[in-house]
Design a protein around this ligand. Structure first.
Ligand code: ATP
Length: 503
């Protein structure tokens, strides 16, 4: 199976089995927007719960937050998102593709490139010379490109019962304005009621730093964790849910004493990669990559990406940035509220006196939840060649998801839909429900097809109820990865599923 085949197979399995659907599909779909179906929602929730458990429940030094998606526009002004959260946008003058300059294929300035006039499906071959920008169109390879212009990735909308276009029309209808003046007037009208869908969850954790520190009396070093939706009007959406306009993040802002940031960055990059590897079949497909100096944001003094080996190569899954005191300082400056911390136990390094007030430094592990869903699906996908009962070649597909991530922990299957087997199977399901586990009753199709379906959706165990179960209280416990079946008592089967799912 080629690596790109794998991606096609994952997308198809996601739709066929109910992990991920195209949004608004019956209306032709909305590009790059996705709905997580009955299994996808469980997988995503399980990844999120594992993150929350590791980041919040298992630690004394991190607390949670669930902030609103829309925030005061001044938040984005102060953070620099309004002026600087841009990607360089370029149009190909040959095939009309719109793309990000920083992700375009590199080419030597002045060198000659060959392309097809009008794009790949066009006619004649032509040649062009690479401009000083040093890249070509990712679609057709042409060097005939527009200038770069900055495109802000934030989604803007209006807040309140205001019609910005109405007030704009009123204003310009009385004046004779140039196109630039019309644009400036339009910006003014829109800006008065503008709000933005957050492009990251992080800013709320800076803005609520003081409320959280004061209400919880947390002492630095401490962190604030949040999981939620973020929105970016991406120039190019790609690779299924890898890059979409609406996605989910799991971010944590860890506030530490100035001067300790390197130590905490080392700690968090190690903790975060180990967290991913714990749930993976192929831990070697996760690696850390330190940013080059010229990649760093101006406020960041160091940064690592956790990368995964996707079918198209190594690419980002999480960023772990040392953000200095930039965010708290900017919000303090802009709001007029002191976002600092007073440590009574420490001496102020400047005065040597007891008590030190400082602006904490921040380490930020910023993960993509929806990107992690894709990663673990890719990591879990397995095909196994074998023969069926008639000796015909067949391929068994199974998702070797970690039991903690698997959407359904076990399926309880009556062999037939009569003789008291359904009732007995439902009693078993009830016992799991009391334990809070998502275990499903399933009586559809033949037993072989049910096993195949649960293999394909990653259910680690099937418990089969037959006539003997009613007579002697035993069931068959089948393992997804090995297909091994063992006959054991109902209580033993339940206990071993619970043990494996919880360990
Ligand atoms: P990229 O370089 O891939 O555009 P980024 O460096 O801009 O990502 P961050 O701002 O650091 O990303 O966001 C943290 C994490 O959020 C990323 O590592 C990624 O997992 C996730 N993420 C960011 N943008 C998207 C998106 N458009 N779709 C899905 N996940 C995203």
């Amino acid at each position: 199976m080629s690596e790109l085949d794998l991606m096609t197979k994952i997308v198809s399995l996601c739709k066929r089995r109910g992990f991920i659907f195209q949004s608004s599909e019956i209306y032709g779909g909305l590009k790059s927007c996705y709905d997580y179906g009955p299994l996808g929602v469980e997988l995503k929730k399980n990844i999120a719960s594992e993150w929350w458990r590791a980041m919040v429940y298992e630690r004394e030094d991190i607390v949670g937050l669930d902030a609103s998606i829309m925030m005061h526009s001044d938040v984005w002004r102060a953070s620099g998102h309004l002026s600087g959260f841009n990607d360089p946008l370029v149009d190909c003058l040959n095939c009309k593709e719109r793309f990000r300059a920083d992700k375009a294929p590199k080419a030597e300035p002045g060198s000659e490139v060959e392309f097809i006039v009008g794009g790949k499906s066009g006619g004649k071959k032509a040649t062009g010379v690479v401009e000083p920008c040093g890249y070509v169109c990712p679609n057709c390879g042409s060097a005939s490109l527009s200038d770069e212009r900055q495109f802000n990735l934030m989604f803007r909308t209006s807040y309140g019962p205001i019609d910005p276009l109405g007030s704009f029309v009123n204003k310009i209808s009385e004046k004779d304005l140039s196109p630039d003046e019309i644009r400036a007037e339009l910006e003014r009208c829109i800006q008065s009621s503008a709000v933005y869908l957050r492009p990251e969850t992080a800013q709320a954790m800076f803005v609520q730093f003081l409320n959280i520190q004061q209400t919880t009396s947390m002492k630095v070093p401490f962190g604030i964790a949040q999981i939620g939706k973020s929105f970016r009007n991406e120039i190019i959406t790609e690779h299924f849910v890898f890059r979409s306009c609406e996605f989910e993040q799991m971010e944590m802002e860890f506030f530490c004493e100035p001067g300790t940031q390197n130590e905490w960055l080392d700690y968090w990059r190690q903790a975060r990669i180990e967290w991913y590897q714990k749930y993976a079949n192929e831990p070697e497909k996760f690696k850390l990559r330190q940013h080059d100096k010229d990649e760093l944001a101006h406020y960041s003094d160091d940064c690592y990406d956790i990368e995964y080996l996707y079918p198209w190569g190594w690419d980002e899954l999480e960023g772990i940035a040392s953000r200095t005191d930039y965010d708290l300082s900017k919000h303090a400056e802009s709001s007029g509220v002191k976002l600092s911390y007073f440590d009574q136990q420490k001496k102020d390094p400047k005065t040597g006196k007891n008590g030190w007030r400082y602006v904490p430094y921040v380490i930020e592990p910023a993960a993509g939840l929806t990107r992690a869903v894709l990663c673990y699906l890719l990591d879990a996908y397995c095909e196994e060649k074998g023969t069926d009962a008639k000796g015909q070649e067949k391929t068994r597909v199974f998702l070797k998801l970690h039991p903690k991530l698997a959407p359904i922990k076990a399926a309880v299957l009556p062999l037939v839909k009569k003789d008291g087997q359904p009732e007995r199977a439902r009693e078993i399901v009830k016992k799991f429900q009391i334990e809070g586990l998502n275990v499903r009753y399933d009586e559809t199709q033949s037993i072989g097809k049910r096993y195949a379906k649960h293999d394909e959706i990653g259910t680690p165990f099937c418990i089969t109820v037959d006539n003997d179960s009613l007579a002697d209280g035993t069931v068959t416990l089948r393992d997804r990865d090995t297909c091994d079946q063992k006959r054991i008592s109902v209580d033993e089967a339940i206990a071993s599923v619970i043990k494996l799912v919880r360990s």
